[in-house]
Every structure is written in structure tokens, then in C-alpha cells.
Design a protein. Structure first.
Length: 98
């Protein structure tokens, strides 16, 4: 017989959001200025490649941090929505608003 029980561990969802926030902090410190701002290397091709790599890296890190922030916000919203639904279910079953 199929089970129709469903539950979500709100603490786990909140912990996942917090872990993503921690990744944000770590990723934001990963700048490449030390490598890409060395000045002229004597090779215009190498200088152009380093500039291009640095710009691409910065764009990619920015995109990832934006995506991670959206994911963490979504998880927090999900946890709040589940908590609100639980509260409403209790209210309906008991007739006493929480």
C-alpha cells in the first residue's frame, strides 16, 4: 500500500541555505588580481590571455555567487512556506490559531 506521508526537515533545509551562504563567502575571496595584474610580461599574447582569463573568471564567479544566493534564498523561502503550512494545518485540526 502506498504511503502518502510527507515531511520536510526544516532544520536541514535551513542548514543547507546557511551552507550555501558559507560557500558565497569563500567564493568571493577568490580574486585573480595577483595573477592577472602582474603588468606586462613581455608577450602581448600572454598578457591578452591573462586579461581574458581574469575577466572570464570574474564573470563566472559573479554568476555563481548570484545563482548561489538565489538558491539559498529559495531554500529559506521553502522552509518558511513549509512552516506556515504546518501552522495552518495545526490551526485547522485544533481550531486554535498558533
Amino acid at each position: 500500500m502506498a504511503s502518502y506521508d510527507f515531511s520536510a526537515d526544516l532544520d536541514t533545509i535551513r542548514d543547507a541555505a546557511a551552507a550555501i551562504d558559507g560557500l558565497q563567502t569563500a567564493a568571493e575571496g577568490r580574486a585573480l588580481e595577483e595573477l592577472t595584474d602582474l603588468g606586462p610580461s613581455g608577450s602581448s599574447a600572454l598578457d591578452a590571455a591573462l586579461d581574458s582569463f581574469g575577466a572570464t573568471w570574474s564573470t563566472a564567479i559573479g554568476d555563481l555567487t548570484d545563482e548561489n544566493a538565489a538558491m539559498a534564498d529559495g531554500l529559506r523561502l521553502c522552509a518558511r512556506t513549509y512552516a506556515d503550512a504546518d501552522d495552518e494545518a495545526v490551526d485547522r485540526m485544533t481550531g486554535v490559531p498558533k
